[in-house]
Ligand binder design. Structure first.
Ligand SMILES: [Zn+2]
Length: 364
């Protein structure tokens, strides 16, 4: 019975921390290759360049196209090699961070991640996803180690649209329930071992933090204000959820989110919005008590997470259409085998229908 716990080497969070980036990363090297989307790079450029020049560090900023493909990662590896990089820095959302992970992995270099939105559980983990040119899942890369440093500037997070912050809460919402699934069935985490007490406590803390501070944080973020509640939720979305899923394992919600995301109308949904709704499906599938489900429905409604398929853009809620989602959810890369009972496509379709009906009845 082996238990393994992994985490980034350092996690830094606070307003304006990007202006002191060298203080946190100078032990890693001198030549920083920074990749990110245009808006991510513009949000960190001033602070990074100032800190780098004050500390006589070299950096190169490379614009990332947002596709997250193998070919894009290869092109960035070439650019980083030409620059003489000894540290790879990724700035932006999930795709940019995953691409930076892939580049650092290929080059076997140190990795710094600077999420500029608190929208996913990607930043602290050692997993990176890559996609094909037509936006299909290609492969998962398992890094040799977690990121060396993760830097989250709360002011930058607050400047981003609220939608990303709320989506991050949707992603973090499932962590504890999926951890519970794996705990019950004895399924392995992302290190191929059982969860430690620390991992489980962190997953539970992610959930408790959202319930306690989520609504207040969302309202403050609407005003671009960084309150202590906002800081708590940034940490839940970015650190706790990330460490939580990696150390405890995933189950139904993340698998279902992939299937629903492939339905017509849901193309533009964010990962966390899909995971948020899929958490409700997860609870229906695993037959959670009414009070727990109502708590989640109330939370999602209050922060603006979708509780019905229509809010995700899915208009066709027929069993035949939902069967497409169920089959994908149970297909390649699924974590559904981590449940303690076998899930048939039909049971999954009915659970989606059941969750949607609960959402409809809950809406005012
Ligand atoms: Zn996720």
């Amino acid at each position: 019975m082996v238990k393994i716990f992994t985490a980034p080497n350092r996690y830094i969070q606070g307003c304006g921390v990007i202006e002191n980036i060298c203080k946190y990363v100078s032990h890693l090297g001198h030549n920083f290759f920074i990749l990110g989307g245009k808006s991510a790079l513009s949000s960190i450029r001033e602070g990074v360049l100032k800190s780098m020049s004050e500390n006589s560090m070299r950096c190169h900023l490379a614009v990332f196209s947002g596709r997250g493909t193998r070919s894009e990662a290869s092109a960035l590896v070439k650019k980083a090699t030409d620059f003489g990089a000894d540290v790879i820095v990724g700035a932006g959302g999930g795709l940019a961070l995953d691409t930076a992970k892939a580049v650092a992995y290929e080059m076997d270099l140190s990795l710094v991640l600077v999420p500029t939105v608190a929208s996913t559980d990607a930043p602290c983990s050692a997993e990176a996803l890559q996609y094909t040119d037509d936006h299909q899942f290609d492969r998962e890369i398992k890094l040799k180690r977690n990121p060396d440093v993760v830097i989250v500037d709360s002011k930058i997070i607050a400047e981003a649209p609220t939608r990303f912050f709320v989506a991050g809460m949707g992603d973090a919402l499932s962590t504890w329930f999926e951890a519970n699934t794996c705990l019950r069935s004895g399924s392995k985490n992302f290190s191929g071992a059982l969860a430690t007490a620390a991992g489980l406590s962190i997953a539970k803390l992610a959930y408790d933090t959202l319930i306690e501070y989520g609504v207040a944080a969302k309202l403050a973020i609407d005003q671009k204000a960084v309150t202590p509640a906002v800081e708590m939720v940034i940490e839940a979305n970015t650190l706790l959820s990330s460490i939580g899923f990696e150390n405890c394992g995933l189950g139904a919600a993340h698998s279902i989110s992939v299937g629903i995301g492939k339905l017509e109308g849901a193309e533009n949904c964010l990962h966390g919005e899909l995971v948020g709704f899929s958490t409700i499906v997860n609870l229906v599938l695993e037959n959670y008590p009414k009070d727990e489900i109502n708590k989640i429905l109330g939370f999602c409604s209050a922060v603006g997470l979708p509780i019905v398929l229509e809010q995700l853009g899915v208009k066709d809620v027929s069993p035949a259409n939902l069967m497409k989602a169920a089959q994908i959810a149970l297909g390649k890369g699924s974590f559904m085998q981590n449940l303690s009972f076998e899930v048939s496509p039909l049971l999954l379709v009915d659970s989606i229908i059941g969750a949607n009906a609960l959402g409809i009845s809950f809406r005012p």
